[in-house]
Design a protein around this ligand. Structure first.
Ligand SMILES: Nc1ncnc2c1ncn2[C@@H]1O[C@H](COP(=O)(O)OP(=O)(O)OP(=O)(O)O)[C@@H](O)[C@H]1O
Length: 290
């Protein structure tokens, strides 16, 4: 198999070169902003909407670190800012403020220019969208959807592309003999697997999974999560997983951030958070599933 050469992801060997991504002060506002919006919103204020000007502060003051091979969970109720934060880190959404250091990238990742973003999104960062329609073109074949990503990263030889597609379909347990069928004819679970195949196609350093079980039956959910966990371990890829479902977080995440009203209100090892939640909101969240 001959794909394009991989970029060296860890050129430095400093003490904390285990950190793949370090984000500081990530902020996303929707609205005209009166200048006081961050101060007037958040956990203490009990809202993410500025009472003065109505601006939504989807995320503010968000700091996080992601280590090599680690799975970081982001959990919280609907509207708490999980997807906004994850999409910013996956370069799908522009932040209002913040810096992201990413191993192997010079400068603030959030200030990457168009070409850099294009390369990063195709080769370095794999996003599995919450809504399948945002991640796949359903009229294309399953193979076509994944091949798009390979072609964008410079794969040209037809035989190599087919070989890589076969590998990816096998890894994600999508029947290889359905590769040339339109993705619209796949089951929900298969579509999610094709999205995962697409996300891992070019051996990314970072995968962002946004609500990976949305729209799937419980039995299918478990199989997709198991499959992902196996791939994640094998590839040792750093992963951010967003879910409102603590069951998903418990299964996948080594460490977890809890979000509420656009702020990270608690963070720590997932086991610690589940067994000994410090924040009142986390306690409520955990009690609700017990
Ligand atoms: N395009 C937009 N315009 C205005 N407000 C938006 C926009 N997108 C998101 N928001 C708001 O930003 C806040 C955070 O939304 P976000 O989707 O990040 O939350 P979430 O925790 O992922 O929610 P869910 O679990 O429902 O997907 C919400 O109040 C949402 O209404």
């Amino acid at each position: 198999m001959s794909g394009p050469a991989r970029v060296e992801r860890f050129p430095d060997s400093e003490a904390d070169d285990d950190v793949v991504l370090r984000a500081r002060g990530i902020e996303k506002q929707y609205g005209s902003s009166c200048g006081d919006c961050v101060e007037l919103t958040g956990d203490d204020a009990g809202t993410n909407q500025c009472p003065t000007c109505g601006t939504i502060v989807a995320v503010a003051d968000a700091d996080l670190e992601l280590h090599r091979g680690e799975v970081l969970g982001i959990v919280g109720e609907s509207g708490s800012g999980k997807s906004s934060l994850a999409e910013i880190l996956a370069l799908e959404l522009e932040a209002t403020a913040g810096t992201v250091d990413y191993a192997g990238f010079e400068g603030n990742l959030l200030e990457a220019d168009y070409q850099q973003r294009h390369r990063l999104r195709h080769e370095e960062i794999g996003l599995v969208h919450q809504h399948i329609r945002n991640g796949l073109t359903l009229s294309f074949t399953g193979g076509g959807n994944v091949a798009e990503k390979l072609l964008a990263a410079g794969w040209r030889h037809y035989g190599d592309v087919r070989e890589r597609l076969t590998e990816l379909f096998e890894a994600t347990e999508v029947p290889v003999d359905r590769m040339d069928d339109p993705t619209s004819t796949y089951s929900g679970g298969m579509q999610r697997r094709v999205q995962i195949a697409k996300a891992i196609a070019n051996g990314p350093g970072l995968i962002v999974l946004d609500e990976p079980t949305t729209g799937l039956d419980v039995s299918v959910q478990a199989r997709v999560l198991d499959m992902f966990r196996e791939i994640q371990r094998e590839e040792d890829v750093s992963t951010i997983v967003v879910s409102h479902d603590l069951g998903v977080i418990r299964l996948l995440a080594d460490r977890t951030l809890v979000m509420r009203h656009g702020r990270i209100v608690e963070s720590g090892l997932t086991d610690r958070i589940l067994e000994d939640p410090h924040h009142e909101y986390t306690q409520t969240l955990i009690n609700s599933i017990l």
